[in-house]
Design a protein around this ligand. Structure first.
Ligand code: SF4
Ligand code: SF4
Length: 154
């Protein structure tokens, strides 16, 4: 069977991005970080906490789903020097700005660029690398099932 030709994307030649650590994406302005159950385990291990302790301390229910608590308008993990769990941050953060919604069109990417100063700088990500990251974001569930989280006590 012949492979269908790849759809032309505005980022076919790749996109430059390098995080400057400015923290703009951690100032959530009413938004939330939705970690998957895997992300919760990852972040809890990073802080050497049990999943239950981590969840009780840093998470809350929002419209039936567990999210990271916000501290005012910022994510609770946002500190003076940026993300305090950087190596344990969830996939929502690790995959930014290469989210499907941001890559939908050049126009959407331009809007994202206004929010993220790392876009246009540093490493050139190839189309394949971008699509790999983009595909990870579409598999990211929007928050763990609260029941699963509370049953997971290690
Ligand atoms: S807004 Fe962009 S450059 Fe700033 S911390 Fe977030 S990803 Fe990095
Ligand atoms: S987990 Fe870290 S990178 Fe993600 S929003 Fe919170 S402070 Fe920012």
């Amino acid at each position: 069977m012949t492979k269908a030709p790849e759809k032309k994307r505005f980022y076919s030649e790749g996109l430059h991005f390098e995080c400057t650590g400015c923290g703009a994406c951690c100032k959530l302005g009413g938004g939330f970080v939705y970690p998957s159950l895997e992300d919760v385990g990852f972040a809890a291990r990073h802080l050497e906490l049990s999943v239950t302790n981590f969840s009780k301390t840093y998470m809350e229910l929002h419209e039936g789903q567990y999210v990271f608590k916000n501290d005012g308008d910022n994510c609770i993990f946002y500190g003076e020097k940026g993300c305090t769990i950087y190596d344990g941050r969830p996939s929502q953060c690790r995959t930014f700005p290469f989210w499907s919604a941001n890559l939908k069109s050049q126009y959407r990417w331009k809007i994202t660029e206004e929010e993220c100063e790392g876009i246009g700088q540093g490493k050139l990500f190839s189309r394949d690398e971008i699509d790999d990251i983009r595909n990870q974001t579409s598999q990211t569930p929007s928050g763990p099932d609260p029941k699963l989280l509370m049953e997971n006590s290690d």
